[in-house]
Design a protein. Structure first.
Length: 361
């Protein structure tokens, strides 16, 4: 202490001692934090109900234009929704009956006949197996195990998908709740808008009503456009591979359709198995399969997307991929299905927030 005092006396002082830092939190701040935490906990408790409402909103956005089409032809909206329900259930039943068994059969055949496929590949590649054997790698056995695992995973995935959805709904009652809510949203036009008006402050009601309308329109346009693209690309791939004579065309067509949900990367990933299977039959056939995939991709980018998705403003591809990964991590199959619609709705809100910030600045 004496040394420091002498330094200060010499004009080389270290300055006044630092005051201890103190944090003061008001009671109001504590109350706000508690309310936020309580709100988050309440949100967690009612998350299942929120998801039911959101699924109903998605289904309503999907079938609302069809109900409008019936209404223009003097058919009541209630009757129109019932007709749409019957048609949707009929289509889903046909898909389950006609497509699921052949797809599982093709996967089973691919796993069982992989030895023949591998012989074709090794005959084309020459000494590939010998090269890997030098390092103690049984390439044929490893790939065959991978295919068997893939078959089991897909079969279990289909079963788990239905199990996940059914487990989420918790039985017939909650499933009926979705159908009833969707029916009410479509038949009673503006029902959700009236709900917002009843719970929101009067000065915010017009904006919330407009926000909900834009969300529903954007999600509906994206959903209908995406389903159309998946069907068209899947069918074109299946028919093209079938005409070329590529084995397992149905599975490869299904993969191409499902891969459409992943921007840019999906079509490339879906094309690789088709080219490999074609290559196992003939290198010329592999070239034609690659040309087919390229032609379908160009048709999609230059004709289908501009026509089908012209009114649907899509998300950034990176955002879409991240949303899918996060959704799958949080909610498995159901989470992945809901991920992009949720991201689309959030994008609408963020667009308004950024626009408001720009206007203020």
């Amino acid at each position: 202490m004496k040394e420091i005092s002498s330094l200060e006396d010499a004009g080389l002082g270290l300055g006044p001692p630092r005051q201890p830092v103190s944090f003061q939190i008001s009671v109001l701040t504590i109350v706000k934090i508690v309310l936020v935490l309580a709100g988050l906990y309440l949100l967690y408790l009612v998350l299942g109900i929120i998801i039911i409402i959101f699924v109903s909103l998605l289904l309503a956005a999907l079938i609302d234009p069809l109900a409008d089409w019936f209404q223009k032809r003097k058919i009541p909206r209630g009757l129109a929704v019932l007709v749409i329900y019957i048609a949707l259930f009929a289509v889903l039943a046909l898909i389950a009956i006609l497509l699921v068994p052949p797809i599982l059969t093709e996967f089973s055949e691919l796993a069982q006949n992989f030895g023949t496929v591998w012989e074709r590949l090794t005959a084309t590649f020459g000494n590939a197996q010998e090269f890997f054997s030098r390092y103690g790698i049984d390439l044929e056995k490893n790939i065959q195990r991978g295919l068997q695992s893939l078959e089991e995973t897909i079969a279990a995935g289909i079963e788990n998908a239905f199990g996940t959805v059914w487990g989420f709904f918790g039985g017939l009652l909650k499933f009926l709740m979705v159908l009833v809510l969707t029916f009410y949203m479509v038949v009673e036009e503006g029902a959700l808008k009236r709900l917002f008006r009843s719970v929101a402050p009067e000065e915010h009601q017009p904006y919330l009503a407009d926000l909900l309308t834009r969300m529903q329109q954007k999600i509906g346009l994206w959903l209908r456009g995406q389903i159309t693209l998946m069907i068209v690309v899947g069918v074109l791939t299946y028919v093209g591979l079938l005409i070329l004579g590529v084995d397992y065309a149905l599975v490869l067509g299904l993969l191409a359709g499902l891969a459409e949900i992943i921007p840019y990367v999906g079509p490339i990933v879906a094309a690789v198995p088709a080219v490999i299977i074609a290559f196992s039959q003939s290198w010329v056939l592999a070239i034609f399969a690659a040309i087919l995939a390229f032609a379908i991709q160009q048709l999609e980018n230059n004709l289908l997307v501009p026509k089908i998705m012209q009114r649907a403003v899509g998300l950034n591809p990176i955002v879409s991929i991240v949303a899918l990964l996060v959704g799958a991590r949080l909610g498995n199959v159901l989470g992945a299905i809901l991920a992009i619609p949720v991201a689309t709705a959030i994008a609408v809100v963020l667009h308004d927030v950024f626009k408001l910030s720009e206007d203020k600045s």
